[in-house]
Ligand binder design. Sequence first.
Ligand code: F6R
Length: 606
Amino acid sequence: MCGIIGIVGTKPVQERLIDSLKRLEYRGYDSAGIAGVVGGHVERRRAKGKIRALEEVLAEDPLKAEVGIGHTRWATHGEPSTRNAHPQTAGRVTLVHNGIIENYAELREGLKAQGRTFESETDTEVIAQLLDHELDRGKAPLAALKATLDQLTGAYAIAILIDGEDQLIMGARRGSPLVVGYGEGEMFLGSDALAVGPFTNRISYLQEGDYVAIDHKGAKIFDETGKAAERPVTTVPASAALVEKGNYRHFMEKEIHDQPEGCQHTISAYVDPVSDRTRVPGEVDWAGLARIQIVACGTSFIAGLLGKYLIEQLADLPVDVEIASEFRYRQPALQANSLAIAMSQSGETADTLAALRYCQKRGMRTVAVVNATESTMAREVDVVWPIHCGPEIGVASTKAFTAQICVLTAVAIAAARARGRIDAAEEQRLVKVLLEAPRLVAESIKLEDAVRGIAQEVAKARDVLFLGRGPMYPLALEGALKLKEISYIHAEGYAAGELKHGPIALVDDQTPIVILAPFDSYFEKSVSNMQEVMARGGQVIFITDPEGEKHAPRGARVVVTAPQSDPLIAPLVLAAPVQLLAYYVAVQKGADVDQPRNLAKSVTVE
Ligand code: F6R
C-alpha cells in the first residue's frame, strides 16, 4: 500500500525523498510524488506509474528544497493518474496520505457548498481542503490540524507541508502507521522504519490518534485529546543492508534463498536446541484450551491452514481457520476458552486486524504471528509470536510463509506435549526433526536449475492445476496463488481427492498438473490421482522425495525430487520448488516479479 516519507533537512532532500520512495516500492503503488518548500512556497512534482517516471519529471524540473514530503500511491479513491497522485494541494496545504477517509463524500459536499472546488477524485484532497479551511478561519497550523482530524472518520497516516511554514512538517496517524525519525539536526516522518532507514535508526512509533509537528529542533507529539505526549525513542535493528537485493535479480529470488536462514532464526526462537524442547513465548494454557481460531489473508491464511493440519494431528486440539475478510463480517460464533491467532507478515492487514479486534472484544486471548514486531497487530495482542526472517520486500510472500510454518510447527509440538498427547521423548524427536528443516530447505533450493528448466513450458500454459493431500493441500493452494499472482497464469490448488468432483474437467494435454506427493501416508492416494490425470493426457509435474520417486508410476512429464524428510517438515522442504516454479515462470514471461500488477505488500484497506 501507499508509502510516506517526510524530511526536515539541512541539505537538499530531492534525492533522499526518491531513495526512500524506492525503498517503499515493495508496498505496491501506481503513482508517486514529492513536494518541498522552494523559496518560501510549496512546490510539487508527481507522475503516474513507477518512480522512474517521477525521476524523469524531476530531471526536467528539479525540486530544490531542504524540507519535503514524498509518497507512493496505491489507488483507492480515483484512478491511478497524475491528478490523483499525492501530494494533494488545497490553498496553503500540501499533503500525502495513506488509508481511507470513510466520510469523505459527506465532507466533500459540505466543502463544495462553501464554494471550494476540487481538482482530484481522492479522499485525500478532502483532508487538504478541510485543513486549509481551518487555516482560513485563522487557526494556527497545529490547532487547524486538530480541528481537521476531529472531523475525519476512517484510517489515515498523513504528512503535511504548509505554505509559509518553511521549517515545519506536521503528521498524524489513525489506523495506518507513522513513525518519527530522529537524525543529526534533521527530522523525519515515515510510514515505517524502512522509509527512514537510510537516514536514521532512532525512531518513535506514533500511537493511534497521535499528531505531530517536526522541525529542526525535534518533534512535538500530541495524543488524540490534544495533550502533549511522550513516545519512547527506540533504536531499530532494520539496517539498510537488510533490504538490499545483493547479487539477486529480484527480491523474491533473494527471499527464496533467505529461507534456510529465516527458518533457522525462527526455529531457534521457539525450540531449545540444547535440550530439544519447545519454548514458545507467552503464557498459553494449552491443556485447558478448547479451540484455536486462526484468522489471516492470502499466503498467511494458507500458512494458518497448514497449522490446522499440524496442531489437530499432533495436539488433538480443534483449530478453525478463516479468511479474515469473511470472518470479520459474518458474526461467527466463538467458543469460550479459545485462543485467537492472527497470522500476518506485515501485522497491518486491515481485514486481519479487524478480525483480531472482533475476537478481542469477545474476550478471547489473542496472539499475533508477525514479521513486523512493531506493527499494530503486535502492539494490540496479548502475545506476539514473531517470525525472524528479516524484512520481506517482494510482494509475493515466500520467506515469511516458511517462517510462519516453523512457528506453527513448534506450537503444535508444544501444545501436543502440554496436552499429554506426546511424551518428552517424542517432543525431543520432533524438535530434532524441526531443527533439520533449515538444512533441508537449503538442499531443496538447489533444485533451482531443474525447476528453471520446466518453467519455459509452464509459461506457455493457460491453466495450471496444483494437487496435494493432507499438508500438501495447503501447499498446493500456495503454489497456485504464487503462480497466478506473479505470472498472471490462471492456476488452481485443489485437495487431490476433490479432483473427480469437478476440476478433472479442466484436464487436457495442454494443462500442466503439479502433484505434490512426498512419500507419506497419503502417497498411494496421491499416486492414484496422478494416474487419473495422466489417463486424460494431463502433463504431470511430480514433486516428491527420493522414496516417492522410487515408488511413483512412470509417465510423469517431469519428476522433481526434493530431499527426503520427516513428514512433519515436508511442507517446508517442498515449498522451495513450488515458489521457484512460480518465480521462473514469471521471469520467463518478463513479468514484474517483485511488484506484480494490482497487488500491494501491506493491504491496509479492506
Ligand atoms: C501472497 C501475499 C498476500 C499476503 C496477504 C496477507 O504472496 O503476499 O496474499 O499473504 O496480503 O498479508 P499479511 O501476511 O501481511 O497479512
